[in-house]
Ligand binder design. Structure first.
Ligand SMILES: Nc1ccn([C@H]2C[C@H](O)[C@@H](COP(=O)(O)OP(=O)(O)OP(=O)(O)O)O2)c(=O)n1
Length: 115
């Protein structure tokens, strides 16, 4: 699927990490992108994401009754959370893709399948 700039590439965590590095560098924001600042920004975006669901009651999987504009807004807030999480990991020197893969393996050991 083509992205906003017409890119047809597949989206990897590494691609997003590099794009956010470039984004911060081009604006001279790197000094502000410390782990603590990025964590607080992430928590702020988590709040914005939560607001979308606030007072709605239970929500069906796939959001069948949501307006298109609500889904677009949801996608934006999910993206903000992801992009700050990637930047936070990067600022801590953590390879998010690798540690997440390892965590999935640990989860499988902790919660064995019955099948
Ligand atoms: N110092 C900054 C500021 C912004 N961003 C990026 C990461 C997020 O994807 C997005 C956040 O931008 P805003 O703070 O403007 O937040 P919103 O897009 O949610 O706007 P608003 O809070 O007005 O709804 O921009 C960033 O990396 N570093």
């Amino acid at each position: 699927m083509a992205g906003i700039s017409g890119e047809a590439e597949s989206v990897s965590l590494e691609l997003l990490r590099q794009k956010m590095r470039d984004f911060a560098k081009e604006r001279g924001w790197e000094p502000h992108h410390t782990p603590r600042n990025l964590l607080l920004a992430l928590v702020g975006e988590m709040g914005e994401l939560s607001e979308i669901f606030q007072w709605k009651g239970e929500v069906e999987r796939g959001l069948p009754n949501w307006k298109e504009e609500e889904k677009v807004h949801l996608g934006e807030e999910l993206s903000d959370v992801l992009l700050y999480l990637i930047q936070l990991s990067d600022s801590c020197g953590v390879d998010l893709g690798q540690v997440a893969l390892r965590k999935i393996q640990l989860n499988a050991l902790k919660y064995p399948s019955n099948k």
